[in-house]
Design a protein around this ligand. Structure first.
Ligand code: AMP
Length: 430
């Protein structure tokens, strides 16, 4: 017997339905906010994908040579593909440009709860604006999606890469070292991050500021930002970053949308390309982020395009499904109005198929009994699977242009004119 490859999953109907539901609501939200969907390939050139993702993800890419000896990889994220387009085919499009993508991604992560080697994201990116209202829109959109899905108690963890960068730039720490500090912070290894800074010969003032920043977090965003500004005074870039985050959160507050947030001064995200506000969404019951995003103003330039400011978010569909399951929130099932059409004899099968077509045209979900079973066995099977109505098509009733309609819940059946059938199903349905 063959098994799935380690880290790969088969999604059974219940889970597949949940995943598609989150995908569908993600798409609805994209339309409500004016994000246009693009579809990019799963397979991209290795060089593109390796260009600006983090070292950690680069090492975990599924990479191989295709039959034409091209070095290719399966996408570990959407942003590189979208950036490729924005730097090329879409370069002359008027700004702002709002793009949506949804699909599967591949990372050779160690499989564990909420971590898979094939997973799904819905991704929203807003290009062309460096203003705080663009950042605020991404936060509000993420909130909107989670709310529409019926998720409760979700929170946002928010930071700003400019706070740390402002300090380390002024201390003249090189980019590679800054990246390793960020990666350590991403893993919450505060002590190790401080050790890297110490080894890089930063000033005592810097070490003291970092130490304090790593402990600065709280739910009263503006109070936290006051502390941050005090801590980083003298580091102009860092002060400007704190001011920028202040403005973004003030706009969200003014919008009237209530976000539950924790501002964390030492918060860093794994991907290297972030330049401004960064955030993750999560629910306390789940120890992993549901989604994450932020601002990345220099990314498009790295792909050879004009500098275009950008802010975006990747929603982890698998983990949102896990969170919804934990909270026992189910998508509304489309099963209530499902119908099975059973032909009593072979000679009425053509008519049964015709009726199934007619009922589907009116929006009903219709299955035709295809196993050649007796009517009673076909009915028992429909009952087991929770089908709401059975239409039994027999030669005798057909002579009078009628069929038998059975309400499976009530167990009642009646003979109805075919011309009244659709109406009878709809009026009888709950
Ligand atoms: P990232 O692209 O790393 O910023 O991740 C954004 C979101 O994608 C995360 O918050 C997760 O919800 C989801 N995600 C990332 N990696 C995985 C994985 N290996 N398995 C499942 N979901 C993932």
């Amino acid at each position: 017997m063959f098994k799935t490859v380690r880290g790969m999953r088969d999604l059974m109907p219940v889970d597949a339905e949940r995943m598609r539901h989150v995908e569908q609501v993600s798409r609805e939200v994209s339309k409500l906010y004016g994000y246009e969907e693009i579809i990019t390939p799963i397979l991209e050139s290795y060089d593109l994908l390796a260009a600006k993702t983090s070292e950690e993800i680069r090492e975990r890419m599924y990479t191989f040579k295709d039959l034409g000896s091209r070095k290719v990889a399966m996408r570990p994220e959407f942003t590189a593909s979208v950036a490729r387009l924005v730097a090329s085919k879409l370069r002359n499009e008027p700004k702002p440009m709002r793009l949506f993508s949804v699909g599967s991604l591949y990372r050779y992560d160690e499989p564990q709860y909420g971590r898979f080697r094939e997973f799904w994201q819905s991704n929203y990116e807003l290009f062309g604006s460096d203003r705080p209202e663009a950042d605020a829109e991404i936060l509000m959109l993420t909130n909107d999606l989670l709310k529409r899905l019926g998720l409760k108690n979700y929170r946002f963890k928010i930071g700003h890469t400019g706070i740390l960068k402002g300090i380390l730039d002024q201390e003249e720490m090189g980019e590679a070292k800054q990246n390793s500090v960020r990666q350590l912070l991403d893993k919450k290894s505060w002590e190790d991050a401080l050790a890297v800074a110490r080894d890089a010969d930063v000033s005592q003032k810097c070490l003291a500021a970092l130490e304090r920043l790593f402990e600065t977090r709280g739910e009263d965003a503006f109070k936290v930002l006051e502390t941050v500004k005090e801590t980083v005074s003298g580091y102009d870039g860092a002060v400007a970053a704190a001011d920028n985050l202040w403005k973004i959160l003030e706009l969200v507050k003014d919008s009237g949308v209530k976000l539950e947030i924790t501002v964390e001064a030492g918060f860093a995200r794994g991907l290297e390309y972030y330049t401004g506000m960064i955030f993750e969404s999560y629910v306390p019951a789940l120890d992993v982020a549901l989604g994450g995003g932020g601002r990345y103003d220099r990314l498009i330039q790295l792909f050879g395009g004009e500098p275009i400011p950008a802010v975006g978010v990747a929603q982890g569909i698998d983990r949102i499904v896990l969170a919804l399951k934990k909270q026992k929130v189910s998508p509304k099932s489309g099963k209530e109005k499902s119908v099975v059409v059973i032909s009593v004899k072979d000679e009425s099968m053509g008519k049964a198929l015709e009726l199934s077509d007619m009922l589907r045209k009116s929006g009903l979900a219709v299955e035709v009994a295809v196993m050649g079973r007796s009517v009673s066995r076909a009915l028992a099977d429909a009952d087991r699977r929770g089908v709401a109505y059975a239409v039994i098509v027999g030669p005798k009733e057909l002579e009078e242009k009628k069929v038998v309609l059975k309400d499976m819940d009530k167990g009642e059946q009646k003979t109805v004119l075919i011309s009244d059938l659709t109406e009878a199903i709809f009026s009888g349905s709950k």
